[in-house]
Design a protein around this ligand. Structure first.
Ligand code: COI
Length: 356
């Protein structure tokens, strides 16, 4: 594998920006894309032809393996603009490492670090006007890799395309989130691909999530596939439970995504001497805590969702409501994280990465 390269990125700029056509106050998450995108192909055993070009459609064979076997992985990261117009990324090295871990699990060749960072920073610099200042505004960055070899034999592709798209974003969830605890369907299993950001992990959740939506819930909290006894993650977010003043969350395993926001919340909580338990969390203990009043908060943590408080959960046809805490842990971690991300506070952990 070619882990470093001296290849220069070929840059093709748009002749006219589309930015004037965008209503930045009324964005739907992930549906508007900035002027440029990055593309790099894997062929003959190496990544080649890194190119930044105008955002637009691809020509790709209908027989490309990605369409038949779902050999694809992705990442989610964000750029933020501070009040002086500087643009920052948040812990980008974590995303770089994770896309390569996901790729390895999906038999996709790893991507070289130097091209990743060069492409990412060049692209963000070129489209920096698409990053709007103001808390809650960001440029959501979507690196992804797909199998492009033509052929429907069920074997790993010998050709891939690595791309980065960027999409101006506001909040992922507007308002708080109601969730259903999974009793039948599963997201991941021991030895499976749950820890990878594999495209199919997300597609497989759509049907059970639709069932939850029909009942007025936005998300499913997945439980272990064997017995549905332990709480795992919410698919687009890792999940935290505050019981009295202890923070509980499922430990990282090959069933759970190693979330960047998750690990940042844990680091802040530990620094603040909050008792954090990363351990298997029983559904029954959370139901019991909801009944006896010791369950103070549930919140999700993810790049797109940031920190999303959960206002109710449903389990075995009973709905448990949670009183929304104005100054609870969710609010505290969200403010703390956003202050770091938007360069409004010190960065004691060294998480900010200045782009321009
Ligand atoms: C992210 O937070 O980047 C995610 O992966 C959620 C995404 C599926 C919208």
């Amino acid at each position: 594998m070619n882990s470093s390269t001296t290849q220069k990125i070929d840059i093709q700029k748009v002749s006219t920006s589309r930015i004037g056509d965008v209503d930045f106050d009324n964005l739907t998450f992930g549906s508007t894309f900035s002027d440029h995108m990055f593309e790099c192909d894997y062929k003959d055993g190496e990544w080649q032809n890194p190119t930044i070009k105008p955002y637009g459609p691809l020509t790709i064979s209908p027989a490309a393996k990605v369409f038949h076997y779902g050999q694809a992985v992705f990442e989610g990261m964000k750029a933020f603009k501070d009040e002086d117009g500087k643009v920052w990324l948040f812990r980008p090295e974590e995303n770089f490492n994770r896309i390569n871990r996901s790729s390895k699990r999906m038999a996709i060749p790893e991507f070289p670090k130097d091209i990743f960072f060069e492409a990412l920073t060049t692209l963000v610099k070129m489209d920096k006007d698409w990053v709007k200042p103001g808390l809650g505004n960001s440029l959501y960055i979507r690196p992804f890799v797909m199998a492009t070899q033509v052929g429907v034999s069920a074997s790993p592709s010998t050709e891939y395309k690595f791309m980065i798209l960027m999409s101006p974003a506001q909040a992922y969830y507007t308002g708080d989130v109601k969730v259903v605890i999974a009793e039948h369907y599963s997201r991941s299993a021991n030895g499976g691909v749950g820890a990878a950001k594999a495209a199919g992990n997300y597609g497989a959740q759509f049907f059970p999530t639709n069932l939850a939506r029909e009942k007025g819930f936005q998300q499913v909290i997945w439980t272990d596939a064997s017995d549905h006894k332990y709480l795992e993650e919410a698919g687009t977010m890792n999940v935290f439970f505050r019981v009295n003043d202890t923070l509980l969350t499922a430990p990282i395993s090959d069933r759970i995504l190693d979330g960047v926001t998750r690990k940042s919340v844990i680091a802040i909580a530990k620094r603040d001497n909050i008792n954090v338990e990363e351990r298997p969390v029983l559904v029954s203990e959370i139901v019991e805590a909801a009944k006896n009043g010791s369950l103070k908060e549930i919140f999700g943590a993810g790049t797109a969702a940031v920190i999303s408080p959960v206002s109710a959960f449903s389990y075995k046809e009973t709905v448990y409501e949670l009183e929304m805490q104005k100054n609870g842990f969710a609010t505290r971690f969200k403010n703390e994280l956003m202050n770091i991300q938007y360069n409004r506070s010190e960065d004691p952990f060294g998480w900010r990465f200045e782009v321009v």
